[in-house]
Design a protein around this ligand. Structure first.
Ligand code: TRP
Length: 461
């Protein structure tokens, strides 16, 4: 035990919360140490704990270039507190200037949960988008679309299917011969969701960040792998120093790279492509450039790690000019899962484990009163030994959802550990905050209801 590999199953009910192992095994980067502007409470508290390629997003923000953010929702059931975490992060990116695309995963929901498309549409609008509006997303900079009606998404997913196979799905998702093909199709559509905002008609080449829970990381690994398999130019740190740009010749681009049908090399074409690479690197201000078509690479000795992003973007633009797709692997961020009210996993199918955004205030109060607490068996023991806020649901929900003030949260934490604050008092504090939060949401839902249709993209009305 302990050393087995973790497999993440996006459709399964079991979820690993061994986040350090997840970081290590799947090669995520810890979020700690990433500089952020006006971080949300989820960032400040380490709840958003890891990322892939946030550097690309930050580099674009730094230079004033466009950034996109994409998320998707499963239109089934009711929205609960756990779902609000992604919305908070999307809103944060939006406030920093990112454009937002939201995929309604109606095809996935139909395939994996038996919800028909019409039902998926109404659930998405009345339950999810209504709350996204109430939680403060800006309809002017948000485009909601449906997987079933955005053909570019399906076409892209289908096209990239040529670059993967069942063995890869077995490795990523743990599939076997019994696996229903809906679980092959849905990820390919999700690949289309994640990459299509980079197509010219949907905003063009730019970093696109996808904030998710770790359960979705398999889809991101698949997508990143597929995007890089289509790339015509690869970048790596040179063994000596600087950066090496190499070309990746495949069926789609063999003609551009001078591979003739008779197997001969058209040297003039090769030279022309290498000239384009050199021009492209020059346009970024480099002058020392060593082009070696025979070795299949271009060396930029003075380029550093910091230049990678700019070089990559320039080469993707060149690839597009030459007829390639020019897809940048998506960036992503990962958040911890909030614990369920009962102390086990939060799940929409078990109402006792979560607070739904439409729960009335009496229900909210009742649910929090019954929540699992991290106190000792008796008040006397609690006063003497102190409680554990790390497993106390009321404390956790303030930290994840309801309490914005870090200093106040720290006081509650310390008082609970010291045993001066009792479990009942912690619950009451949580109830007060939750009731205020939910009442505000209620009000906002009414105030923003008329905006819901304006979140829809033109192709989705
Ligand atoms: N599979 C996601 C879920 O189960 C929904 C989804 C579809 C999604 N497309 C996406 C999430 C793109 C993030 C990005 O909730």
């Amino acid at each position: 035990m302990g050393n087995e590999n973790i497999t993440i199953d996006p459709w399964g009910s079991a979820q690993s919360t061994d986040y350090d192992r997840i970081i290590e095994q799947f090669g995520l980067s810890p979020m700690a140490g990433v500089d952020m502007v006006n971080p949300t409470k989820l960032h400040r508290r380490g709840i958003v704990f890891a990322h892939r390629d946030m550097e690309a997003v930050q580099e674009a923000q730094r230079t004033g270039d466009a950034v996109g953010v994409l998320t998707g929702l499963m239109p089934s059931g009711q929205m609960h507190m756990g779902h609000s975490m992604v919305v908070e992060q999307v809103k944060w990116f939006q406030q920093q200037g990112a454009d937002v695309s939201i995929a309604v995963a109606d095809l996935e929901s139909q395939a994996t949960r038996g919800i028909d498309l019409a039902k998926g549409r109404s659930v998405a609008m009345e339950e999810y988008i209504a709350h996204y509006a109430a939680l403060g997303l800006d309809p002017e900079r948000t485009q909601v679309y449906f997987q079933s009606t955005r053909h570019a998404v399906q076409r892209l997913g289908f096209r990239l299917g040529t670059r993967t196979n069942l063995s890869e799905f077995e490795a990523i998702y743990g599939f076997s011969g019994e696996t229903n093909l809906a679980h092959v199709q849905a990820p390919m559509v999700q690949v289309g969701d994640i990459l299509h905002p980079q197509l010219d008609e949907f905003g063009g080449l730019r970093p696109v960040v996808v904030p998710v829970g770790v359960d979705q990381d398999p889809h991101l690994r698949l997508t990143r792998g597929l995007a890089s398999k289509t790339n015509w130019f690869n970048l790596r740190t040179a063994p000596s120093s600087g950066v090496l740009i190499s070309t990746s010749v495949h069926d789609d681009n063999a003609h551009v790279f001078g591979r003739q049908p008779n197997g001969r090399l058209d040297k003039a074409k090769v030279a022309a492509v290498y000239d384009r690479i050199v021009q492209c690197v020059q346009s970024l201000g480099f002058s020392d450039i060593v082009s070696s078509p025979k070795q299949g690479h271009v060396h930029v000795p003075s380029a550093t790690k910091r230049d990678h992003h700019g070089l990559r973007m320039a080469l993707l633009r060149l690839e597009r000019d030459l007829g390639g797709m020019g897809l940048l692997a998506p960036s992503s961020t990962y958040h911890h899962f909030a614990v369920g009210l009962t102390g086990s996993k939060m799940s929409s199918s078990q109402p006792k484990t979560t607070l739904f955004l439409r729960d009335d205030l009496a229900t909210v109060e009742k649910k929090i009163k019954r929540a699992f607490s991290g106190s000792q068996a008796t008040v006397e023991e609690h006063r003497r030994l102190g409680g554990n806020p790390d497993i106390d649901v009321a404390y956790q929900y303030m930290m994840y959802f309801f309490e914005e003030d870090d200093a106040h949260l720290a006081e509650l934490n310390a008082a609970y550990r010291a045993g001066t604050l009792l479990a009942g008092e912690m619950k009451q504090a949580c109830i007060d905050r939750a009731v205020a939060w939910m009442s505000h949401l209620d009000e906002m839902r009414d105030q923003t209801a008329h905006l819901v249709p304006s979140f829809l993209a033109a192709d989705s009305r």
